[in-house]
Structures are given as structure tokens and as C-alpha cells.
Design a protein. Structure first.
Length: 470
């Protein structure tokens, strides 16, 4: 008679329970707790992000203030050496790009820490505390770099592991996984609607530090939600946690197919990087471009620039709902496309967003007046329809295709495309000073469209390798 370790039995029972649990919108209850926690974490992140490039370019990096920032002389010299520019806007865009890039590098180390040492729950809690500390440190002008460091470490511990816990709620063949990540992303969109309105308004109209403080409070609320829902979360899988409870057999080798899958998932990261440049530029170059060329007065009210991100988030929320409904409807009539195909289709649609900006950009270059704020709605509508089939679908792909025991690490690797993409976007944003707007936005449309073509080639050549095993 074979003896099953108690931990394995408990894990199997939990997995079975998760498969039949449909108490949250047809999904396990744990998805609701994780999504609500992610909502508050993203509120804190996007609240701070909405302010950061404006805070740096309009205040902290101005000549009369930049000397306050500890360690800034060294960083500024490095950036000026690389870019050859002493522009305040270039410096702010590059620092913003570095920060939003490294946000997606640190989850690899957070995944390793959780998978091999602490377990996901402890790692997520540590990450939440570090992020809250970072937000509160932003209230101290001299502490900009330590504050960004705490935020980077905190996101590294938090982001990949909470997404991996979403994936752990489902079995390998559970078709609900992709829609689960779209629901998870819906929580993010709610946060992105609220964060620029709350944090952005406080920062722009009351004081920068009030906005950053509000982001810190949001992170503490997210931590409280996570701890309250712990009993609904998947069991821990870290080796240390299992070893403390009972002896466990060694993890099976991932095999040749698993190695090839890992290599392919790493190889398509540059394509994913290109797929998001139009979306990510909305947080970097777009607010700076809008601040200069867009008429922000609506009915006598001067709209804060940070509110443009709430417009994007509102449209993104609706397009994510529309995407979920569309693919559910499609699945009742035809075979639903796999993740790679969906990503390619998303790229082709998203490329149309920066392409649309050719119209107002050419009008400005011809001597026209400031452009209407309605162009923000046009940009976000097209971009968000495409993005709804890129980011969450990519998460679902990496969660499903990652070999067993490497999900946390592979989701951390997935976020590498955002690391490289945001740094690339930071460099591209500096071209606003040397390229006409029409050329600037055409370049972004071409980059996103080329990613879609390349993803179709990946599907044609390697589709079977990434397909679910029977």
C-alpha cells in the first residue's frame, strides 16, 4: 500500500475543491480575494506612477530642487553620458522608464525567493510592507532613490507571486484559467480608474506628497485584504514549507519538452516587449505631449493631466469586459483561438492607437490649434481593445505552459518583457524632443504591428510546443 504524505493529500484535496468551487463569478473564492488585493496594490502603484513623471519633470528635477535628492548627481551623470542630453524632460523620462522597467525585473527574484525559500504568502506580505514604506518615503524629497528602491523590491516580492497564486487555483486543463486572468486584470483596471483621480488630484492640486501618501495607504489596505483571505488561497508549494511539514519526494525533472517550452517562452519576450510600447507610452510620453499640445479645458474646468490615465483605465475596464464576453460568445460557436493567436490579434488592433495620433500630430505640424481631449478617448479605445488580448492572455500562457514547480519563476520571467519594454519606452520618450509628433507615433505603430506579425510566425512554427498536453 502506497503512503501519501499529508501535505500531498491536503494539496490534492485543495486542488479538487478549487476545481469545483464556482462561488466567485464561476471561479474559486480565492480569485475574488486575490483580485481585490491586487486592486489595492495596483491603486498604490498607479497612483504613484500617475504622478511620477510629472513630479520629476515639473518639480523635483528642476534646477532649484534637484540638488536636494541624495545620490542624484551620480545617476544624472550616468544618464547624461548615455543619452547625451541634459534636458529635464529627458532625465525625468529615463528615470521613469528605469523605475517602471525594473518593476518587472525584480519579480524573477521574488519568484525564486517564494518557490525555494519562504513560500508565496510570506513573500507577498514582505513585498506589501516594502511597497508601503516606499510610498511613504516618497514624501521626503531627499529620499527619492531609497523610496524607488523599496518599491522595486516590494513589487518584486509581490507581483509575480500573487499572479502565480491565481494560476494555482486551476488544474492544467481547466479552461477557466484565461478568463480568470482577465477578471484579475479587471481589478487592475478599477484601480487605474481610481488611482489617478485620488492620488493624481491630491498630488497636482494639494501637494505632491499627499498623492504619494494616499498610495501608501492603499497598499496597507491591500495587505489587510490579502491576510483576511488567506484560507481561500492555494496551498504553499515552496520547498522549505513542504520540508517543515513532512518529507516530500524530489520534484520530477521537467524533461525535454519542458526545457524547450522554457526556451521558447524566453525567446518570445522581445516580441512581447514590442507589443506593449504603445500602451506603456501612454504613461510616459503621452502625458508630456498632452500637457504641451492638448486643450485640457472642458466647460471652463481645467482637467488635471493625471486624469487622462483614469480615462484610459475606464475604457480599458469596459474593453476587458467586452473581450471576456466576446470570447465566451465565440467559444459557443467556434473553436476559441489559443493564447499566441490572441496576442497576435491584439497587437494588430493595438498598433492602430498610435497610428490614429498621426491625424492630430500632422494638424499641429501644419500650424493648427491645440488638439481636443477627445483624442485621448480615441487612442485608449483602440489601444485597450488590443491590450485586453495581450497582457492577461500572456499571463495565462506563461502560467499554463510553465513546467510544474517553475510557475513563479516563469511568471517572473514573463514580466521581463515589461522590464525591457519600459526602459525602451523611456528611451523612446526622449525622441519627443527630436522627432515630429507624426514620426514619433508612426514609429510606435510600426513596432507594435511588427510584434503581431512575429507572433503569427511563432504560432506557425512552434504552436504545437506551446499547446496543452493531452
Amino acid at each position: 500500500m502506497t503512503t501519501v504524505p499529508l501535505t500531498a493529500a491536503a494539496g490534492a484535496t485543495s486542488d479538487a475543491r478549487a476545481r469545483f468551487d464556482r462561488s466567485f463569478l464561476g471561479h474559486p473564492a480565492g480569485l475574488g480575494w486575490l483580485a481585490f488585493c491586487e486592486l489595492w496594490e495596483r491603486f498604490s502603484y498607479y497612483g504613484m506612477q500617475a504622478l511620477l513623471v510629472l513630479y520629476l519633470s515639473n518639480y523635483l528635477f528642476m534646477p532649484e530642487h534637484i540638488g536636494i535628492v541624495a545620490g542624484m548627481d551620480t545617476l544624472r551623470a550616468m544618464i547624461e553620458h548615455i543619452t547625451g542630453s541634459r534636458s529635464t524632460q529627458q532625465l525625468a523620462s529615463v528615470v521613469f522608464g528605469l523605475y517602471t522597467g525594473f518593476v518587472y525585473l525584480t519579480p524573477i527574484f521574488g519568484g525564486l525567493l517564494a518557490d525555494r525559500v519562504l513560500g508565496r504568502t510570506r513573500t507577498v506580505v514582505i513585498g506589501a510592507l516594502l511597497m508601503a514604506l516606499g510610498h511613504f518615503l516618497m514624501a521626503i524629497e531627499a529620499a527619492l532613490l531609497p523610496a524607488l528602491g523599496c518599491l522595486l523590491l516590494g513589487v518584486g516580492c509581490f507581483k509575480g507571486n500573487i499572479a502565480a497564486q491565481v494560476g494555482d487555483l486551476y488544474g492544467p486543463e481547466d479552461k477557466r484559467r484565461a478568463s480568470a486572468f482577465q477578471i484579475f486584470m479587471l481589478a487592475v483596471q478599477i484601480a487605474v480608474i481610481a488611482a489617478p483621480i485620488v492620488c493624481g488630484t491630491l498630488g497636482e492640486r494639494v501637494g505632491w506628497h499627499w498623492g504619494f501618501g494616499a498610495a501608501g495607504v492603499g497598499m496597507l489596505i491591500g495587505l489587510a485584504v490579502y491576510l483576511a483571505g488567506r484560507r481561500f488561497l492555494p496551498p504553499e508549494t515552496a520547498k522549505k514549507v513542504a520540508a517543515e511539514r513532512a518529507p516530500s519526494p524530489p520534484s520530477p525533472p521537467i524533461g525535454r519538452r519542458g526545457v524547450m517550452q522554457v526556451l521558447l517562452l524566453v525567446a518570445i519576450l522581445p516580441l512581447l516587449m514590442l507589443s506593449i510600447v504603445g500602451n506603456q507610452q501612454f504613461y510616459n510620453a503621452y502625458p508630456l505631449w498632452s500637457q504641451k499640445y492638448m486643450d485640457m479645458a472642458v466647460g471652463g474646468f481645467l482637467v488635471p493631466v493625471t486624469w487622462l490615465q483614469s480615462v484610459d483605465a475606464t475604457v480599458s475596464f469596459l474593453t476587458m469586459l467586452g473581450s471576456i464576453a466576446f470570447w465566451r460568445w465565440w467559444a459557443t460557436r467556434r473553436r476559441e483561438p489559443d493564447e499566441v493567436t490572441k496576442i497576435a490579434l491584439g497587437c494588430f488592433v493595438a498598433a492602430g492607437a498610435p497610428a490614429l495620433l498621426l491625424i492630430p500630430a500632422m494638424s499641429l505640424e501644419a500650424g493648427g490649434a491645440k488638439i481636443s481631449i477627445l483624442w485621448t478617448f480615441a487612442y485608449t479605445l483602440v489601444n485597450d481593445i488590443g491590450f485586453a488580448n495581450i497582457m492577461p492572455v500572456g499571463l495565462a500562457l506563461y502560467s499554463r505552459a510553465a513546467p510544474r514547480g517553475l510557475q513563479g519563476v516563469m511568471i517572473g520571467i514573463y514580466y521581463l518583457h515589461l522590464f525591457f519594454g519600459n526602459m525602451f519606452v523611456g528611451w523612446l520618450a526622449g525622441l519627443l524632443e527630436v522627432l515630429p509628433g507624426s514620426q514619433f507615433w508612426t514609429l510606435h505603430a510600426a513596432l507594435v504591428g511588427s510584434a503581431g506579425v512575429a507572433m503569427l510566425l511563432v504560432k506557425l512554427l512552434f504552436g504545437r510546443l506551446l499547446a496543452p498536453q493531452e
